[in-house]
Write a protein that binds this ligand. Structure first.
Ligand SMILES: NC(=O)c1ccc[n+]([C@@H]2O[C@H](COP(=O)([O-])OP(=O)(O)OC[C@H]3O[C@@H](n4cnc5c(N)ncnc54)[C@H](OP(=O)(O)O)[C@@H]3O)[C@@H](O)[C@H]2O)c1
Length: 301
């Protein structure tokens, strides 16, 4: 089978296609034929060496998976061959691969009507958005500020916040404002022309997907009893209102989110779909920092 691998850390050009044997599922594992995967920031950080929890190369990156079960290991009763599944997979191999071995308990059944491409866009981004909002627990009428509202996590987070009845403010370039208003965002701020700290205040929740110096600046607009949630490193870590989240794979939660996407209550925006032949272009687009929604990868042509 084909898989993406890299012999060195570096830019998108280190990603290459190799041939490797199809892996065998072990106890509690399934073998999935990949239908689609998607690009997450962590994939790029692993590729370049900004994080290194996979150890030194060679390795295959990728955590999001949608596909079809083609083999089950001993002890697996939840799935059988032919089942459509999706999930956030921390398996033996990355998901930029024709076949992926995954722990059965990391996957959920893909809801009817949800295709591979939107399903592959969801696992990491939607789990981050959902779990971030759960940590903040905004109530109806509360003011929620989402930084990087037009990105993979952000465009889902603003919809989850709206569903909770919050008043949602998002930061994004002007080119994304109509997109965000269509998703229900009440107020948009162009961070390239306007310092958000000068135009809003009394915010109940900040969901910071930019991090860095956005932390302290966000605290300036946050109520004394507000909640600051981030999925990034930021300079607000010493504040008692600060909380950092790391997305966890929770298949039942993901299936529920997938059902909202399948029935049209959640919009999953795909910026572009690349085949894995063009994985370097996909990483370059993601690395621009200005992709709208998600960048998705499908198998080699
Ligand atoms: N902790 C976790 O478990 C976890 C999981 C997933 C993601 N994350 C983190 O969450 C962050 C967002 O991830 P993502 O996948 O959504 O990223 P992404 O899709 O690559 O984000 C791209 C978006 O960021 C926006 N953006 C860039 N600079 C901005 C700025 N200064 N102010 C406001 N918006 C800005 C862009 O909007 P414009 O084009 O309008 O500039 C673009 O739409 C990343 O830092 C990632 O590392 C953490």
């Amino acid at each position: 089978m084909k898989a993406i691998s890299q012999r060195a850390l570096g830019g998108p050009d280190v990603l290459e296609t190799i041939e490797v044997p199809i892996p065998e599922p072990g106890r509690g594992e399934v073998l999935v034929r990949m239908g689609a995967t998607s690009v997450n920031t962590v994939d790029r950080k692993l590729r370049s060496g900004r994080v290194n929890f996979l150890g030194p190369p060679p390795f295959t990156v990728g955590f999001d998976l949608s596909g079809t079960v083609v083999g089950v290991g001993p002890g697996v009763t939840a799935f059988g061959s032919g089942d459509a599944v999706f999930g956030m997979v921390h398996g033996r191999t990355g998901t930029y691969s024709e076949y992926v071995v995954a722990r059965a308990d990391s996957l959920g059944l893909r809801p009817h009507g949800l295709d591979d491409i939107p399903a592959a866009a969801l696992p990491t981004a939607a789990s981050t958005a959902w779990q971030g909002l759960a940590a903040a627990n905004p109530r109806a009428g509360e003011r929620v500020l989402v930084h990087a509202a037009a990105g993979g996590v952000g465009h889902l987070a603003v919809q989850f916040a709206r569903q909770r009845g919050a008043y949602v403010i998002g930061t994004a370039r002007a080119v994304n404002h109509e997109f965000l208003r269509d998703l229900g965002v009440d107020e948009v701020i162009d961070y390239t022309t306007t310092d958000f700290t000068t135009v809003i205040d009394s915010v109940d929740v900040v969901f910071d997907l930019v991090g860095g110096a956005y932390g302290q600046r966000s605290l300036r607009v946050l109520r004394a009893d507000g909640r600051y949630i981030t999925a990034q490193e930021s300079d607000a870590a010493d504040d008692p209102r600060y909380r950092k989240i790391t997305a966890r794979p929770r298949p039942a939660e993901l299936v529920e989110i997938g059902e909202h996407a399948a029935d049209g209550h959640l919009r999953v925006h795909i910026d572009r779909v690349f085949s894995l032949d063009d994985v370097a272009l996909a990483h370059a687009l993601s690395e621009s920092g200005h992709s709208r929604g998600k960048v998705v990868l499908t198998p080699w042509e």
